[in-house]
Design a protein around this ligand. Structure first.
Ligand code: GLN
Length: 492
């Protein structure tokens, strides 16, 4: 019988238990699969499970541990967002368009985790092609928030966030184009990090908006994230935007004191407008904690941050309309039956394979890129993007990290925002500028609002400052226990 508390054991402790043979990878993995079995009918966090394949990997890990060749993550089961291609696994990206696509190769992220000896627990549910903030655009149905199944988990990485929150997996990969790691992490009460653009290879990560997409990861705490980033981050020649830098150990500075840390508080993030009282209150308490740890707060200005949502909704759809042109029913993916000719095949396959939000983005994107509108929308948005980058540069001259809310409210209800896309788009008002600038950002649990729903705190770092972000988050987590809370539904 396994004697490990799956609700509150860190990855480091799990690894220790595996290496000392207190538990085998097969037992550990089976225990998580059992939790998935019990809870996922309610949560819908997974699109694909393949326990036999998963347990074969666990056996391989056990053999590796027996040979004393284990690394820090060997034998640990990890859930992967269904945007990452994994050989032999159905890889849908939450879309009917890819509902028959079995990946013939591994994404760089998957290669890295496989090489580290982790087991793929399953592929997690997500908004279709990562477009959404509530998981309601998934072809596979919405994911439920483990803290209250009548609420959304956030999106687009809602399956990964719900899986980690309910401890169906010790960690899960995710991606963030405008907030899709941080916002669901906040709404589900877990920790998540989006690294600097270019840190994690996009090879084999299904493209949405290539200049913004970045892979990252979610887990209960920052220390876990540091270990996971050690595996995920690295140069990959197959992604032309991948960055070559010396290897870094993201766990190295976790225990340093925070004395003298300068925390930047952006005026527009604290202007009150649109931020609910419960979120504000949690932020104030967090600032109190940071001050008591020796940090000082400075006000910074991000004068163009109010333009980040409109800029994003020009640029991201423009890139999406181009990236998604590859789904034509010819090479792979959904193919309409009984097409009259080639054009008819394209039209029907795309009409049948894409959901309404994806179609909306393709239409908007094609529009802003079309002759006559390109200068007024696309080019203009690129110019404002540059201003947003400059704002952050100026802010980081006065502070080491920026702190603010991750999302304006706690988890909202199903169908609350689906009829008004702009309301939905505003869920990412505090996260999107970080992608536009290519900076690293994270969200950590910072309290609970009404009805016991989690509140997330966002930390934004300068380029390549992931180690500092994780350090700042870890010190907070050493003196708070928000990240240890497990939703009642998941207490088996
Ligand atoms: N919610 C935003 C969108 O719909 C961001 C999604 C993401 O980060 N993938 O585009």
């Amino acid at each position: 019988m396994m004697s490990i508390d799956l609700e509150n054991t860190s990855l480091r402790q799990l690894s220790q238990a595996l290496v000392t043979r207190q538990v085998s990878s097969r037992e550990l993995t089976q225990a998580y699969l059992d939790r998935v079995q019990r809870l996922d009918a309610t949560l819908n966090a997974f699109i694909t499970l393949d326990p036999e394949r998963t347990l074969r990997q666990a056996d391989d890990a056990d053999a590796r541990i027996a040979r004393a060749q284990a690394g820090p993550l060997t034998g640990i089961p990890i859930a992967h967002k269904d945007i990452f291609c994994a050989t032999g696994w159905l890889t849908t990206c939450g879309s009917k368009m890819l509902s028959n696509f079995v990946a013939p190769y591994d994404a760089h992220v998957i290669e890295r985790f496989n090489a580290a000896g982790t087991c793929t627990l399953g592929k997690t549910n997500m908004d279709e092609f990562a477009m959404g903030s509530s998981n309601e655009t998934s072809f596979y149905g919405p994911v439920k928030n483990p803290w209250n199944p009548a609420r959304v988990p956030g999106g687009s990485s809602g399956g990964s966030a719900a899986a980690v929150a309910a401890r169906l997996a010790p960690a899960a990969t995710a991606t963030d184009t405008g907030g899709s790691i941080r916002q669901p992490a906040a709404l589900c009460g877990v920790s998540g990090i989006k690294p600097t653009y270019g840190r994690v290879s996009r090879y084999g990560m299904i493209a949405y908006a290539s200049s913004l997409d970045q892979g990252g990861v979610m887990a209960p705490c920052a220390e876990d994230l540091a270990l996971l980033l050690n595996t995920m981050v690295g140069f990959d020649a197959r992604d032309s935007t991948s960055i070559e830098r010396p290897a870094e150990d993201f766990t190295a500075q976790l225990e340093q004191p925070l004395q003298g840390l300068r925390i930047g508080l952006p005026k527009p993030f604290f202007a009150g407008e649109g931020v609910s009282a419960e979120v504000q209150q949690a932020l104030e308490s967090a600032l109190h904690v940071y001050r008591s740890l020796g940090a000082q707060c400075v006000t910074v200005d991000l004068p163009h941050s109010g333009l980040s949502v409109p800029v994003y909704y020009v640029l991201a759809p423009a890139e999406a309309s181009s990236n998604l042109s590859r789904y034509d029913g010819v090479r792979y993916g959904w193919r309409a039956a009984q097409a009259q000719d080639l054009i008819d095949l394209y039209e029907r396959s795309r009409a049948e394979g894409f959901g309404p939000e994806v179609k909306r983005r393709i239409l908007t994107g094609s529009y802003v890129l079309s002759q006559g509108y390109y200068d007024a929308y696309y080019l203009q948005a690129q110019r404002v993007r540059r201003l947003i980058v400059e704002d952050f540069k100026a802010a980081f001259a006065h502070c080491d990290v920026i702190l603010g809310p991750t999302a304006p409210t706690v988890a909202f209800g199903f169908n609350e925002k689906t009829s008004d896309p702009v309301q939905m788009y505003l869920s990412d008002i505090f996260t999107i500028s970080v992608n536009l600038a290519g900076l690293p950002g994270m969200s950590i649990p910072a309290g609970f609002g009404a009805e016991n729903l989690p509140v997330g705190l966002q930390l934004i770092g300068n380029y390549f400052d992931e180690a500092r972000l994780l350090h700042v988050a870890h010190r907070y987590q050493q003196v708070t226990d928000w990240h240890r809370q497990v939703p009642p539904l998941a207490r088996l």
